[in-house]
Ligand binder design. Structure first.
Ligand SMILES: Cc1cc2nc3c(=O)[nH]c(=O)nc-3n(C[C@H](O)[C@H](O)[C@H](O)COP(=O)(O)OP(=O)(O)OC[C@H]3O[C@@H](n4cnc5c(N)ncnc54)[C@H](O)[C@@H]3O)c2cc1C
Length: 93
């Protein structure tokens, strides 16, 4: 299975959150993508950027529990990175 998501060809900003009849939107995978591409979104972007949100969840995309768990996962990644970073900095002292 191809682990790379299709290249981004554009960005669409929605206004569903301002619509009183909907109050929001959630992700849907592209025609050429597959659910495992959400793992790419959940990974590191460079060395310092980590995304949370339902779109990064394999187990619960488009749901509140997926969004919640993604926040816990992203926070754990940030804490782990900070711990590694402080350990590395100490080793240079
Ligand atoms: C109509 C509807 C019904 C739903 N029903 C259910 C349900 O029954 N059960 C269920 O589990 N899930 C349901 N969902 C899905 C659930 O609401 C979402 O999956 C969840 O809220 C996603 O959380 P999130 O934190 O990933 O994103 P969001 O809740 O969309 O949070 C993203 C936040 O980022 C902010 N933001 C966006 N752009 C910027 C920017 N440029 N700068 C700063 N802030 C920005 C937005 O204002 C928003 O507050 C429903 C969704 C909709 C729309």
């Amino acid at each position: 299975m191809d682990s790379s998501p299709p290249p981004c060809t554009g960005v669409l900003g929605t206004q569903w959150g301002n619509d009183p009849n909907f109050r929001g939107a959630y992700s849907s995978i592209a025609v050429d993508a597959n659910p495992h591409h959400r793992e790419v979104l959940a990974g590191h972007i460079g060395t310092r950027l980590v995304f949370a949100g339902e779109a990064t969840s394999i187990d619960g995309p488009a749901t509140l529990h997926g969004a919640y768990q993604s926040g816990e996962r992203a926070a754990a990644q940030v804490l782990s990175d900070a711990e590694k970073s402080s350990t590395t900095e100490r080793s240079y002292c």
